[in-house]
Design a protein around this ligand. Structure first.
Ligand code: ADP
Length: 346
């Protein structure tokens, strides 16, 4: 896009500015350019093909938004205070915007993002901080889990039914904490190194089901398994179990009666399909396109933070797979995951 700026002015603005800067056009509200600082703060890749628009970046962007009002007014510049801007993953930041019309002929605008120092620091620390805390908390949690296992094994047979059920409660809560912490650790997933290997998903699925056993038993749910043990997948094994953990924990959390079905089969010469379905509360149709958004929740009546499905989608895509969801409100939900078939177990 012709920004109407001299090459040298453009270079100084973009490569040497310490601010987050982007240039947008009134045409389709497309973001034509952004600099490295913007890319780092908002997690958008400059070399990605997908076009970014103000609709994605600015919360409640619409006819009444001060940016649109300014553009329509024909004024040369504006300073907008406390605008809510969303990063690639939907995390919100409130900051000031200084917008300048670049030329009289082109409807093109330069936008400088101004943080007070606290806000900028918060933005930088957000992911790092959460990830560090999760890491710290995981240590003691693993420890408690291990100790509990030993205690339970030593006491098996000597425990009355009340103590047994208390053990179950502790285990169930530890499970919830582990899934949550693992999700928080994956918050800055783009920074995490991806180390794929070829593996058979069978063992991971069995482990995941065993992991949730206390919650499955408590709710009296049936688990129906139909796994083709011969197919091999390629990916990071820990990440694959996190996919399972998130989908199973939702299936259990949002199902009160009935069953959870998990199947893995060869769908075509090149595709392994995994389906996880439940007979739970389902998701109203209007939310179908939002469930994979970060921090999205249908309702806050059941605990959760809205990270699980977003992480699942990111992890599936790292495995070069796809995920779809089919749900009928009040009847149940099915997640269909397709992965490249990389071979067969010998
Ligand atoms: P949460 O931590 O809220 O469960 P998720 O990202 O895992 O976050 O899920 C997003 C939302 O999608 C949930 O709040 C819930 O409303 C809905 N959802 C996810 N899985 C299911 C399911 N199996 N059945 C019904 N609703 C679901």
């Amino acid at each position: 896009m012709d920004t109407g700026l001299h090459k040298e002015v453009f270079r100084v603005l973009f490569t040497e500015s310490t601010n987050d800067i982007f240039i947008f056009s009134e045409q389709n509200w497309e973001i034509a350019e952004f600099n490295e600082n913007f890319s780092n703060s908002f997690k958008y890749d400059r070399y990605e093909n997908k076009k970014l628009t103000l609709w994605e970046l600015i919360k409640d962007f619409g006819e009444l938004h001060p940016i649109i009002q300014f553009v329509k007014s024909g004024a040369p510049t504006v300073y907008l205070k406390d605008v809510i801007v969303l990063d690639r993953h939907g995390l919100r930041f409130t900051l000031d915007l200084q917008i300048t019309r670049l030329s009289l002929e082109n409807p093109v605008f330069l936008c400088k993002m101004i943080y007070n120092s606290d806000k900028k620091e918060t933005l930088r620390l957000n992911y790092e901080y959460i990830s560090n805390i999760s890491h710290e908390l995981r240590g003691p949690l693993t420890n408690i889990n291990g100790t509990l296992d030993i205690l339970q094994k030593n006491k098996q047979g000597n425990l009355d039914s009340e103590s047994l059920s208390l053990f179950g409660v502790i285990q169930k809560n530890l499970t919830r904490m582990k899934v949550l912490l693992d999700n928080l650790l994956l918050l800055d997933i783009k920074k995490k190194k991806y180390t794929p290997e070829v593996y058979n998903p069978f063992a991971s699925i069995n482990e995941a089901i065993a992991f949730f056993e206390p919650s499955i038993l408590e709710k009296n749910l049936l688990v129906n398994k139909d796994i083709d043990c011969s197919v091999l997948l390629r990916g990071d094994k820990f990440e694959f179990s996190q996919i399972l953990h998130n989908l199973l924990s939702n299936a259990i959390k949002y199902t009160n009666i009935g069953e959870i079905k998990i199947s893995v089969f060869k769908h075509s010469e090149k595709i392994v399909r995994m389906e996880i379905s439940d007979t739970g509360v389902g998701i109203p149709e209007e939310f179908n396109s939002s469930v994979f958004n970060r921090f999205f929740r249908v309702s806050s009546s059941v605990g959760g933070v809205g990270l699980g499905l977003w992480i699942v989608k990111e992890l599936v895509e790292r495995m070069e797979g796809t995920i779809q969801m089919y749900s009928t409100f009040g009847v149940g939900t099915t997640f269909i995951l397709d992965f490249p078939l990389v071979g067969y177990a010998s």
